[in-house]
Design a protein around this ligand. Structure first.
Ligand SMILES: [Zn+2]
Length: 402
């Protein structure tokens, strides 16, 4: 099973013609047996129609790519709706982009606005499925003592424990050097046997995943009502808990889950980006040296990581680390799992090579997920990388079926 993401909204995308959009999609179908085409939100109707026509011609399924808990054209991320951090400030989005500014799922006004937007988007569309993205809290890893969220009044009402008290406890934990690592470890993994001082933090992290799952369940129901299949865009398993995603619980509400096993992307959700943000914060707030901190982050995240931050940026994670991520999602009980791979070069974000992509594809393939999701965007993807996918991914499956 191969899915491909196409036409993420940007000023450039709005100026494309139907002919251009069709030609690109046809070139992709000519190279690769694609099962699912996932097209962006807020697209001009003519481009949606062109994609629908071409996808149907290739006997594939068309999904709407829909952000759930971030701002968009239809839902402005007003300050009062944003997730509220540990310091009671609304958490800013990545570069303040509305599409990376996260809204609190426990705010009734947010729920009403995002679900109504989804209802409008899927109604009467030419889609067979919806691909829900941005179903999470803002990542706290760049500055946990500020960005861990949400502690708003509606979350206080929704929580079955004293959230205000937990907020005080977590502030203290993150400011206490010999408690910091134990607290950070909980952002990556649940622990059954905890000292009393960490119980509140774990309760809070469980509450966050329940809040996200509840929102996704409502969104999935809206899609089902329109007889649409549901796919979810989730963080790579090592990072899911930090952003409030529980793969096992989410799996009950969808047909498949894509995990963002981006081992080389230096942008939101990219493994080296998120983890190096945490390493930098640790170095800054404690003044520790880089080697010790990198080792510490590898330990709290349970991941084999290169020994220096410059290597994380230059080479990213190893192919083995990516197959480890796929196995984590399988162990979490995801029934139909798509491994996401970044195939687009973006200055300052990715620097990909054919050898690295090939190694990653082989390692992902070896872990045997149900399929592959090609990210982010076919529009910017060098087409010879689709040939590489066909050779390694589909070539291997043809051999296997013989
Ligand atoms: Zn909240």
């Amino acid at each position: 099973m191969i899915a491909i993401q196409y036409l993420e909204p940007s000023p450039g995308i709005q100026t494309l013609t139907k002919a251009e959009v069709t030609a690109r999609l046809r070139a992709a179908f000519d190279r690769l047996p694609i099962d699912i085409v996932i097209i962006g939100w807020d697209l001009p109707p003519a481009l949606v129609a062109a994609c629908a026509h071409e996808t149907q011609r290739a006997n594939a399924q068309l999904y709407l790519w829909q952000p759930l808990l971030t701002g968009s054209n239809a839902v402005q991320p007003r300050t009062a709706w944003r997730a509220s951090g540990l310091t009671d400030e609304p958490v800013s989005g990545h570069h303040n982009f509305p599409e990376f500014t996260f809204l609190c799922p426990n705010r009734p006004a947010v729920q009403a606005a995002v679900m109504e937007q989804l209802r409008q988007a899927v109604r009467h569309g030419p889609y067979q499925g919806v691909f829900l993205d941005r179903l999470r809290y803002p990542s706290p890893l760049a500055q946990p003592d500020r960005d861990l969220a949400c502690f708003c009044a509606d979350c206080r009402r929704a929580a079955t424990f004293d959230l205000l008290e937990v907020q005080r406890q977590v502030r203290t934990l993150l400011a206490t050097p010999d408690r910091l690592c134990a607290a950070l470890r909980l952002l990556f993994k649940q622990d059954a046997d905890l000292p009393a001082e960490l119980v509140g933090l774990q309760q809070f992290l469980d509450f966050r995943t329940q809040s996200i799952t509840r929102s996704v369940a409502v969104a999935a129901q809206i899609a089902r009502k329109e007889k649409l299949a549901v796919g979810l865009d989730c963080f790579s398993p090592s990072l899911t808990r930090a952003v409030g995603q529980d793969l096992n619980a989410l799996d009950a509400h969808c047909d498949w889950i894509k995990i963002m096993t981006y081992g080389h992307a230096f942008g939101p959700a990219g493994l080296p980006y998120e983890l190096s943000n945490l390493a930098r914060w640790l170095i800054e707030c404690r003044g520790c040296n880089e080697a010790a901190t990198v080792n510490e982050v590898a330990q709290v995240a349970h991941l084999p990581l290169p020994p220096t931050l410059s290597e994380w940026r230059a080479r990213g994670l190893s192919a083995e680390a990516l197959s480890h991520e796929v196995r984590l999602a399988q162990a979490a009980g995801v029934k139909t799992l798509l491994a996401g791979i970044e195939l687009v070069d973006l200055e300052g974000v990715t620097c990909l090579t054919e050898a690295q992509i090939s190694a990653d594809l082989r390692a992902l393939r070896a872990a045997q997920p149900a399929g592959l999701a090609l990210s982010w965007d076919l529009w910017r993807m060098p087409l010879d990388r689709l040939d590489l996918v066909r050779t390694i991914w589909n070539g291997a499956s043809m051999l296997q079926s013989k």
